[in-house]
Design a protein around this ligand. Structure first.
Ligand code: HEM
Ligand SMILES: *[C@@H]1O[C@H](CO)[C@@H](O)[C@H](O)[C@H]1NC(C)=O
Ligand SMILES: *[C@@H]1O[C@H](CO)[C@@H](O)[C@H](O)[C@H]1NC(C)=O
Ligand SMILES: *[C@@H]1O[C@H](CO)[C@@H](O)[C@H](O)[C@H]1NC(C)=O
Ligand SMILES: *[C@@H]1O[C@H](CO)[C@@H](O)[C@H](O)[C@H]1NC(C)=O
Ligand SMILES: *[C@@H]1O[C@H](CO)[C@@H](O)[C@H](O)[C@H]1NC(C)=O
Ligand SMILES: *[C@@H]1O[C@H](CO)[C@@H](O)[C@H](O)[C@H]1NC(C)=O
Ligand SMILES: *[C@@H]1O[C@H](CO)[C@@H](O)[C@H](O)[C@H]1NC(C)=O
Ligand SMILES: *[C@@H]1O[C@H](CO)[C@@H](O)[C@H](O)[C@H]1NC(C)=O
Ligand SMILES: *[C@@H]1O[C@H](CO)[C@@H](O)[C@H](O)[C@H]1NC(C)=O
Ligand SMILES: *[C@@H]1O[C@H](CO)[C@@H](O)[C@H](O)[C@H]1NC(C)=O
Ligand SMILES: *[C@@H]1O[C@H](CO)[C@@H](O)[C@H](O)[C@H]1NC(C)=O
Ligand SMILES: CC(=O)N[C@H]1CO[C@H](CO)[C@@H](O)[C@@H]1O
Length: 356
């Protein structure tokens, strides 16, 4: 073997080594937030080494047809975690469950379908190993990064709920878009999230859509004076009365990019909900809005920290709960059939049904 060939073999073997090493992704930001008891960074390293990369590549393919899908998945994590913890209970499709409550009526069916399909892929790679609650947390993490936001590690090891909450429980746990600042602070604080987390996480409204219903309280009977008057005029044209429930972008400047634009919009009165504008009514949340508006680096870091914290609310770990076979169906029901289909991702209801 000549010298060159040895060199060549060495390069090949380095490449092989490097590609083996990079299979388990370097843990970025692992130290940002210590995991709660029972969760670990890289929980599936040995039981299902492809878990995180499968979620990543699946989300890549779903977003390649329309990046707007990212917002639907990110919102699911918020709704799952705030109601009975990040336990996949929201994902269960039942006519009496969490999905039927008022705040859930604007969750995207396509987002539920995305989670069901990722689960079915993981069930063929690693049967019975990866929970729906973890898939949702990892999928939301990917959606943030793949729509332009930061990448951060999420501790895993969540288990799935054996039940789901009543629609009345959902209403008491999720703050309404008409909430004032004291209601928002107490809601987040009851989940272990402080004012910095509240302001940073509200920055998720840098992507996605809203129906007129959700902000019509700021247009009628009188226009909220804290709403930017140029935006108020546009929204009145879009939503002239309560029978029109059109949709519009949450971020009026960079609607599909996960950036810190939401905070600048907020300071200019250009956010849709009372709950967004209310962040300026508390000195602590206001100062977070100001500093995240002026630094995208600080936004990336604080949003990552707060998302990790949110993703650990009241998790089931160890031998609690179970690992559901199909995310939209409780194990006990026995059925193995997902209630969602690929067609629901391709035909996003936000595209085909402009009104509720
Ligand atoms: C602070 C309390 C919050 C309130 C009151 C709130 C309320 C809402 C409302 C009313 C909508 C629009 C629904 C519609 O009319 O279609 C919405 C959309 C959205 N929310 Fe929030 N939200 C809050 C916090 C969060 C958090 C913490 C996250 C995630 C970290 C989040 C992520 C989203 C996303 C991504 C959308 C767009 C969904 C889509 O396009 O499908 N929100 N939110
Ligand atoms: C999984 O692997 C990563 C990267 O080597 C490591 O940082 C992490 O601690 C591991 N986690 C577990 C639970 O083995
Ligand atoms: C809860 O669900 C029931 C039946 O599924 C429905 O009749 C009721 O209106 C819902 N309540 C709320 C608050 O969404
Ligand atoms: C729940 O199941 C019903 C059919 O039983 C279906 O029409 C609906 O789209 C499903 N919802 C979700 C979120 O998958
Ligand atoms: C998305 O994550 C990758 C690491 O996986 C990182 O290099 C990239 O900068 C992230 N995107 C943004 C916009 O931060
Ligand atoms: C669901 O189960 C959990 C324990 O895993 C329990 O704390 C919760 O109260 C139950 N919720 C309902 C609606 O039964
Ligand atoms: C905030 O809203 C709650 C109801 O959600 C109400 O009880 C409270 O009086 C309001 N606070 C202020 C300062 O308006
Ligand atoms: C919120 O909690 C974080 C730690 O998670 C801490 O760094 C921050 O100072 C707290 N903010 C407030 C306003 O208490
Ligand atoms: C209203 O929004 C525009 C940008 O759309 C901004 O230039 C203007 O300063 C805002 N007005 C106020 C009072 O903040
Ligand atoms: C903020 O407080 C002011 C005065 O205290 C009030 O007029 C305004 O409605 C509040 N805004 C929000 C969004 O709660
Ligand atoms: C869920 O149901 C399947 C099929 O009955 C079973 O094999 C599996 O062990 C169950 N998972 C858990 C953790 O209960
Ligand atoms: C992407 O989806 C959104 C909402 O679902 C829709 O408004 C938009 O037109 C779609 N974009 C493309 C390029 O299909
Ligand atoms: C996405 C989702 O589950 N939406 C449900 C919300 O509640 C309505 C009314 O109960 C259901 O019809 C939707 O399927």
């Amino acid at each position: 073997m000549g010298h060159n060939q040895v060199g060549f073999m060495t390069v090949i073997s380095i490449m092989i080594t490097v590609s083996c090493v990079t299979k388990v992704l370097p843990i970025q930001g692992q130290g940002l937030v210590p995991p709660v008891s029972g969760l670990k960074y890289g929980f599936y390293n040995s039981s299902c080494p492809s878990a995180e990369s499968t979620v990543k590549t699946s989300i890549q393919s779903f977003l390649s047809s329309n990046v707007s899908q990212a917002a639907g998945v990110i919102r699911l994590l918020f709704h799952d975690c705030f109601v009975q913890g990040c336990d996949g209970s929201l994902l269960v499709n039942d006519t009496n469950g969490e999905q039927t409550s008022i705040p859930n009526r604007t969750l995207r069916r396509s987002a539920f379908a995305i989670i069901d399909l990722i689960k079915s892929q993981l069930e063929s790679n690693c049967p019975g190993v990866v929970s729906c609650a973890d898939i949702l947390a990892l999928a939301a993490r990917e959606c943030v990064n793949q729509s332009g936001g930061p990448f951060f590690q999420i501790p895993t090891g969540r288990r799935d709920s054996l039940n789901f909450s009543s629609n009345a429980t959902v209403l008491t746990n999720l703050p309404a878009p008409t909430s004032n600042i004291s209601r928002l602070i107490s809601s987040f604080s009851s989940k272990g999230l402080n004012q910095t987390d509240l302001a940073a996480l509200s920055g998720a409204h840098t992507v996605g859509l809203s129906h007129c219903n959700s902000f019509s309280n700021r247009l009628r009977p009188t226009v909220d004076p804290t709403l930017n008057s140029t935006l108020a005029t546009k929204l009145q044209q879009l939503c002239p009365n309560s029978s029109i429930n059109a949709i519009t972008n949450l971020d009026i400047v960079t609607p599909n990019t996960f950036d810190n634009q939401y905070f600048t919009n907020n300071l200019e009165g250009n956010v849709l909900f009372t709950s967004d504008a209310a962040l300026l009514n508390d000195t602590q949340t206001k100062s977070t809005v100001q500093s995240l508006s002026s630094s995208s680096t600080q936004f990336s870091k604080q949003f990552s920290i707060s998302m990790i914290k949110m993703s650990m609310i009241s998790v089931l770990t160890g031998s609690a709960g179970n690992i559901r076979r199909v995310c939209s169906v409780l194990n006990a029901t026995g059925s193995n059939v997902a209630t969602t289909t690929l067609a629901e991702i391709i035909i996003d209801e936000f595209m085909e049904i402009p009104t509720l």
